[in-house]
Design a protein around this ligand. Structure first.
Ligand SMILES: N[C@@H](CCC(=O)N[C@@H](CS)C(=O)NCC(=O)O)C(=O)O
Length: 231
């Protein structure tokens, strides 16, 4: 059994979708990141970086893995799925996974911060992060022009990039110019394991509607998290 420490965010969905796709049994431990649970001592023993997602593999001596990309590689290698074992095929998947970890995630993350969360609107920062996200979308679109998936068969590279690109509206980045990216996004979003993984630890859209949590409340929580001393 695997314990998954997560929240309803793109990095969290990368882990839950991967677990669902691999059919591995797991127990969800929801972390309230807006309340700062990820910075508590007990959690820092699992992830010294104080962020979600993280896993503890109880069947492997309580082995803990943090950093979503490393976690996905661990799970793929544990099962021999979603990551080829030949040197070139494995490298190609890891290249597109690192593209998300070092590019799509940080750039869209900062676009969210400056476009959505900060009360001060610093136009140069908004432009910079949205333009860079858009440029990266163009790179994905180019790769998907002649390829159904990013690197050979459907893999952890697709799951990682999908989990972020799907929130492009929140980051204020248009995908209208990218037909191949749209096709890929649509196809992945229909996969049953993806639908299941996006409901972990709960369905964000439904929760927001049920709690009548409006965009301002959500942004306020995110702002508080950003200005926390330890964040
Ligand atoms: N590079 C890390 C980033 C993890 C990360 O930033 N997680 C966010 C949620 S998407 C988080 O835990 N935020 C809470 C905080 O900043 O304290 C990974 O890929 O796992």
């Amino acid at each position: 059994m695997i314990d998954l420490y997560t929240a309803a965010t793109p990095n969290g969905w990368k882990a839950s979708i991967t677990l669902e796709e691999l059919g591995l049994p797991y127990e969800v431990k929801a972390i309230d990141i807006s309340a700062g649970a990820q910075k508590e001592d007990w959690f820092l023993k699992i992830n010294p970086n104080g962020r979600i997602p993280a896993i503890v593999d109880r069947d492997n001596g309580d082995f803990a893995v943090f950093e979503s990309g490393a976690l996905m590689i661990y799970l793929a290698e544990k099962t021999g799925k979603l990551l080829p074992s030949d040197v070139k095929g494995r490298s190609q998947v890891i290249q597109w996974l690192m593209f998300q970890m070092g590019g799509i995630g940080p750039m869209m993350g900062q676009a969210n911060v400056f476009y959505r969360y900060f009360p001060e609107k610093i136009q140069a920062a908004i432009d910079r992060y949205q333009a860079e996200s858009s440029r990266l979308f163009g790179v994905l679109d180019g790769q998907l022009k002649d390829n159904e998936y990013l690197a050979g068969d459907y893999s952890i590279a697709d799951i990682a990039n999908f989990s972020w690109v799907r929130i492009h509206e929140w980051s204020g980045v248009d995908i209208e110019p990218f037909a191949h990216l749209q096709r890929w996004l649509g196809a992945i979003s229909e996969r049953p394991a993806v639908i299941a993984g996006l409901n972990v630890p709960y369905n964000l859209e439904e929760r927001m509607a049920a709690q009548k949590e409006n965009e301002e409340d959500f942004k306020e929580k995110a702002r508080k998290m950003l200005v926390t001393k330890n964040s």
